[in-house]
Design a protein around this ligand. Structure first.
Ligand code: ZN
Length: 90
């Protein structure tokens, strides 16, 4: 996949690496938009939960985490709201 022209709104170019999700990404360079992102959570042995911002590659299906400091606050708030709604429904 190659970007010819970036669309409107926030987006970021990021490679599919599988980072934070066991690796094994296909190395495709993807254009990630806010609708592609979702929140994942990991609870460690002490019961502390850490949240990650994650996308799933359209090429190989591998999940990759994007560091939260790469995501604008507005986008972080939006996807974390969606995550909470999902939790309540479940
Ligand atoms: Zn991939």
């Amino acid at each position: 996949m190659k970007i010819l022209k970036k669309g409107p709104g926030w987006n970021i170019e990021w490679a599919c690496t599988g980072k934070g999700n066991g690796g094994g990404g296909c190395e495709s360079l993807l254009l990630i938009e806010e609708g592609d992102l979702y929140v994942t959570a990991n609870t460690d042995m002490h019961g502390d939960t850490t949240h990650y911002t994650t996308f799933k590659c359209i090429n190989c299906g591998c999940e990759t985490d994007i560091p939260n400091n790469q995501i604008p606050q507005r986008v972080q708030t939006k996807i974390s709201n969606a995550y909470r709604r999902k939790n309540r429904r479940d």
